[in-house]
Ligand binder design. Structure first.
Ligand code: NAP
Length: 315
């Protein structure tokens, strides 16, 4: 059965915006739930997208939101928080999503987790992501939901907040001391991630499956930052810090008000490499090399997505 009407939680964010565009290209109707309509205004030019301002943590509101949809995609996640907020967003919300799908008669759920999600991790982010996965997996039996879970390594592409953040820092500083600089990542392109989601929605072969999503190549964090500098034509010294200095750096950054560069929880998550030896799942095609698309960093204008959506909307 083709899922014609799809509701995305977290659809206003980086991955969600790319996914909404892809689903619209496929001719589907997409509902984006957001806490503040303003956050999703760049999606309004997309045809067949409806933005709904609602409180997704309220079970009744969630049930009302899901009514009439064929599938739900949960992309909501946070990188910084405390125990309460991580649990609320990564574990309690999936529980509410599963119940609301059941109550609203939705039978298909795609869930975004993260590579490294592990109940034994020292990182709250990774532990609560693992709790969320367990909730979704159990729903396959208890709520007769067809579920698919995705676990990407770090995601790059226009509008990302990973390489774009380093690009901003590199423009400011001639020397970049880098916490967790020796940790290895296998970055995956956002276009490949959303292709995997969009392809899975209607594919019964993906029911009950968990997919790790990684790009074709492994890099240390320091190499990724150097590649970013090279792409921007900047000569910069990137100096990976040892573990004690990385911890101290993260603890100091945590004190900074506003947008966080790093927290101790990020440091704990980066104690292990974030790679998948099995590579990108063949079912979803070939992954895009970072070097093939990294030029987007030169166009570090957050409105670059907006232009694409306007083209899609033919406005
Ligand atoms: N980006 C990566 O490199 C990466 C890597 C691995 C896994 N992931 C996972 O992929 C998902 C999407 O990542 P992203 O980079 O697209 O994130 P993002 O740009 O930060 O977007 C997150 C979305 O979640 C919603 N959200 C955040 N906190 C919320 C809260 N407390 N209550 C309700 N909604 C909330 C926001 O919606 P509103 O503000 O509109 O309400 C926003 O649209 C996340 O689950 C993340 O953990 C990302």
């Amino acid at each position: 059965m083709t899922a014609q009407k799809i509701c995305i939680l977290g659809g206003s964010g980086f991955v969600g915006s790319h996914l909404a565009a892809r689903l619209v290209e496929q001719g589907r109707q997409v509902t984006i739930a957001t806490r503040r309509r303003e956050q999703a205004k760049h999606l309004l030019p997309l045809p067949s997208v409806e933005v709904v301002e609602t409180n997704i943590h309220d079970p009744q509101a969630l049930k009302t939101l899901f009514a009439g949809h064929d599938a739900v995609i949960n992309l909501v996640g946070i990188l910084h928080g405390n125990r309460k907020t991580f649990e609320q967003v990564h574990a309690e919300l999936p529980r509410k999503v599963v119940s609301a799908c059941h109550a609203a008669g939705v039978t298909r759920l795609l869930h975004m987790s993260a590579l490294g999600a592990d109940v034994n991790s020292p990182s709250l982010y990774q532990r609560t992501k693992a709790d969320g996965e367990a909730v979704v997996r159990a729903a396959e039996k208890t709520h007769q939901l067809h579920t698919t879970i995705f676990r990407p390594s770090v995601i790059f592409g226009p509008g990302d907040s990973f390489l774009n953040l380093f690009a901003q820092l590199l423009r400011l500083a001639p020397v970049v001391p880098l916490a967790s600089g020796n940790t290895r990542f296998q970055p995956v392109y956002v276009g490949d991630v959303v292709r995997a989601f969009a392809q899975s929605v209607d594919d019964p072969a993906t029911y009950g499956q968990t997919y790790s999503l990684c790009g074709p190549q492994v890099y240390s964090l320091a190499d990724l930052v150097r590649l970013t500098a090279q792409t921007l034509g900047l000569k910069r010294a990137v100096i990976p810090l040892g573990q004690p200095a990385s911890y101290l750096f993260a603890a100091l950054m945590e004190l900074k008000p506003g947008r966080k560069l790093m927290t101790r929880d990020n440091y704990y998550a980066a104690l292990k490499d974030n790679v998948c030896p099995e590579g990108f799942p063949a079912l979803f095609g070939n992954p895009t090399p970072l070097e093939a698309v990294i030029g987007y960093l030169k166009d570090a204008n957050p409105r670059c997505n907006y232009r694409r959506f306007r083209q899609l909307a033919r406005r």
